[in-house]
Design a binder for this molecule. Structure first.
Ligand code: CIR
Length: 413
């Protein structure tokens, strides 16, 4: 049915195929002490989170979107014992066990499992008590980790499928994540793109791979505004070096010729551009007012300099910069929480700015952000709400929980 498997030339074109992850045991397989490191602020109720996520998936399906699950795609990609072996070796290596007795015990535990069980077990995390390995008393090698319950940490952030990769045009950026706790997640994206029967024969251009050790970018900062313009956040998770790298590749090998970069505060609550700014219609955006100081924010528009390098244009007015790059006379910036100094930060904290457009002017949002939702409706948006008491505890909203793979191209670009 589709000319390309991957086709994302906007943030708002009708969403036809999306990749998500249904939260599993990993979101309850941690202690409060681990929370800060694993980028959670609370311990969610798994059963309710799953019900909420199923509702989210149903909303998408009811609106004509094919919903793919990353955990299933990953298992389906293990099409031979060699591929399974290679994948497991990489996973063990990046979990801290390139070789040795723990490596061997984990391999003996995981490899014989059926593919789906192995993937689910890796995502959920492997506790020391799961594995048949007697600890060596007073072992020097283990001294550092005595008392720590896991051999392999859980991956509770995997349901934010937005971040580990980003589909841009007909290609993909596979991301090296900033914090160690999320780094192994993109091994699944790498596996799927190389070995899943649907993807492997497609010659999908990779705008960026995960083999970058000094620069990083995450999908929450990568927004495709139209078929030649992107917005990228300069954030806690996305560095200048990564933006330059992806800009050079896109300008050389794709139809993208403009990147509007936006400098946002580097902190946990505003970790990605899409926690403070999303596109929801041809000329409408959500914005968290806390990022604007006297209405100003630093932006640089990057374009090719005509000599194989990059040209930067600074502007401290977001609206003006958007109008210029999108060739629009007017832009409607809709303030989270209607700009109220108490409501806006509260609703932003629960991802009131993080909307997922499933068609121009049609957005999925969390129901708890009722002030922001009402203001979106007043601005003419069709707002579809989903329950969010537990999903929101991981600090991500509907955009974060979705990796669009195919959007219908817009008639007007
Ligand atoms: N795009 C997004 O903003 N994703 C949300 C990621 C939340 C997750 N707990 C993290 O800190 O990475």
């Amino acid at each position: 049915m589709l000319d390309h498997l991957i086709n994302v030339n906007s943030e708002i074109g009708k969403l036809k195929v999306v990749m998500v992850h249904r939260p599993g045991k990993e979101i309850e397989n941690f202690t409060p002490e681990m929370m800060h490191r694993i980028l959670f602020d609370e311990t969610p109720d798994l059963w309710i989170a799953q019900k909420e996520h199923d509702y989210f998936a149903k909303v998408l399906k009811d609106h004509g979107t094919k919903v793919l699950y990353i955990e299933q795609l990953a298992a389906q990609s293990l099409t031979s014992p060699e591929i399974k072996n290679r994948f497991l070796e990489r996973m063990l290596n990046e979990s801290g066990y390139p070789k040795g007795t723990v490596h061997d015990a984990l391999k003996a535990y995981l490899f014989p499992m059926a593919s789906q069980k192995m993937i689910n077990t890796i995502i959920a995390g492997v506790r020391k008590t799961d594995v048949d390995l007697k600890p060596v008393k007073h072992s020097f090698d283990d001294a550092e980790h005595v008392g720590y319950p896991f051999y392999m940490d859980p991956m509770p952030n995997l349901y934010f499928t937005r971040d580990t990769s980003a589909c841009i045009g007909n290609g993909l950026s596979i991301n090296r994540m900033t914090f160690p706790v999320r780094r192994r997640e993109s091994l699944f994206n790498d596996l799927i793109i190389k070995h899943h029967p649907l993807f492997k024969s497609q010659h999908i251009p990779l705008w960026r791979t995960r083999n970058h050790y000094h620069t990083h970018i995450e999908g929450g900062d990568e927004e495709v505004l139209n078929n030649h313009v992107m917005a990228i956040g300069i954030s806690q998770r996305t560095s200048i070096g990564a933006i330059k790298g992806i800009a050079l590749r896109l300008f050389k090998h794709s139809h993208f010729d403009t990147i509007l970069t936006v400098l946002i505060p580097h902190n946990h609550a505003l970790m990605h551009l899409d926690t403070v700014f999303t596109m929801i219609n041809y000329d409408q955006f959500t914005v968290y007012p806390g990022i604007l100081k006297n209405n100003a924010i630093s932006t640089w528009t990057i374009t090719p300099d005509g000599k194989g390098g990059l040209h930067y244009q600074y502007d401290d007015n977001l609206k003006r910069a958007l109008k210029r790059v999108l060739h629009l006379d007017e832009i409607d910036l809709i303030m989270t929480g209607n700009g109220d100094p108490i409501v806006a930060p509260r609703e932003q904290w629960n991802d009131g700015t993080n909307t997922l457009a499933i068609a121009p002017g049609v957005v999925v949002t969390y129901d708890r952000n009722y002030v922001s939702n009402l203001i979106l409706e007043k601005h003419g948006l069709n707002v579809i709400t989903i329950p969010s008491s537990e999903l929101s505890r991981g600090r991500g909203g509907p955009r974060c929980m979705s990796c669009p793979i195919y959007r219908e191209d817009l008639k007007q670009q």
